[in-house]
Write a protein that binds this ligand. Structure first.
Ligand SMILES: Nc1ncnc2c1ncn2[C@@H]1O[C@H](COP(=O)(O)OP(=O)(O)O)[C@@H](O)[C@H]1O
Ligand SMILES: [Mg+2]
Length: 252
């Protein structure tokens, strides 16, 4: 598979960046992105990175280092004050509100620390919801939701309400819901932040399995051990800047 290496070498050294952006097959291209909030706090400062289709990448760093801001920019939930965010060929940072909502439904699956499941819907209805919002018939949505619940080991929980599930099960349901519309990209912001160590390992294994099955994952976590164990590559942020990567040089 094409791992995103340039298929051609630059003929000149004048604008290597511009050239590489054109010939790589990055699913995500963050180019010189900054985000300053209206109160003047600089959450991201000139960040560039790329993620190739099929990669599993962790964004790590201490609290306040800009991880959630970066994830929100990739998700189209926020806009950079400088630079561009391109995902799957779409310049996300240039989308209006409607187009951005559509982009999120079509291209992105997102999982949060607090699960964000709807307590008065059953597991299967929670999972089916994104497809229902896209206009998929009840029957087709239920079929896909059942498939996902089966493959995530949750078949016997389909008619339960979220309140009856363990933390690990809730997060697996949230992952199933995020995968409902077959997104090009699965994002997770501190997916294990509310879990005990057994449930953390359970969710870690699920994310690793998804990567093995070909999904592209970007996982924000302050838990570096989790990142090392369950993802392929780690990008480290501090004070809104990329300060390192594992393996070395892996921020591209
Ligand atoms: N809505 C906001 N308004 C002002 N400052 C913010 C806002 N969101 C985040 N910040 C600031 O931006 C920096 C990065 O925050 P964040 O992206 O949430 O970091 P992390 O997810 O790594 O903890 C922090 O200094 C935070 O206080
Ligand atoms: Mg955060």
């Amino acid at each position: 598979m094409d791992q995103g290496e340039p298929v051609l070498r630059p003929m000149c050294r004048c604008r290597p960046d511009a050239y590489l952006h054109r010939v790589t097959s990055s699913l995500i291209d963050i180019a010189r992105v900054s985000r300053t909030y209206s109160d003047g706090s600089v959450a991201l400062d000139d960040v560039s990175l790329q993620v190739v289709r099929g990669e599993s990448v962790a964004i790590v760093g201490p609290s306040g280092s800009g991880k959630s801001t970066l994830l929100n920019l990739i998700a189209g939930l926020d806009r950079p004050t400088a630079g561009s965010v391109t995902v799957d060929g779409v310049v996300v940072s240039g989308l209006g509100e409607k187009a951005s909502a559509l982009y999120r439904r079509r291209t992105i699956g997102i999982v949060f620390q607090s699960f964000n499941l709807l307590d008065d819907l059953t597991v299967i209805d929670n999972v089916a919801l994104p497809a229902r919002l896209m206009g998929t018939s009840r029957r087709a949505a239920a079929r896909r939701a059942n498939e996902l619940l089966g493959s995530l080991g949750l078949a016997d929980r389909r008619d339960a309400y979220p309140g009856r599930l363990s933390g690990g099960e809730r997060q697996r349901v949230a992952v199933a819901r995020a995968l409902m519309n077959e997104p090009a990209l699965l994002l997770a912001d501190e997916p294990t932040g509310a879990l005990d160590s057994a449930a953390r390992a359970e969710v870690g294994r699920l994310l690793a399995d998804l990567h093995a099955a070909g999904h592209t994952l970007v996982i924000v976590t302050h838990d570096e051990e989790f990142a090392d164990r369950h993802t392929q590559r780690t990008i480290r942020l501090a004070d809104g800047r990329v300060v390192g990567a594992t393996p070395a040089g892996a921020s591209r």
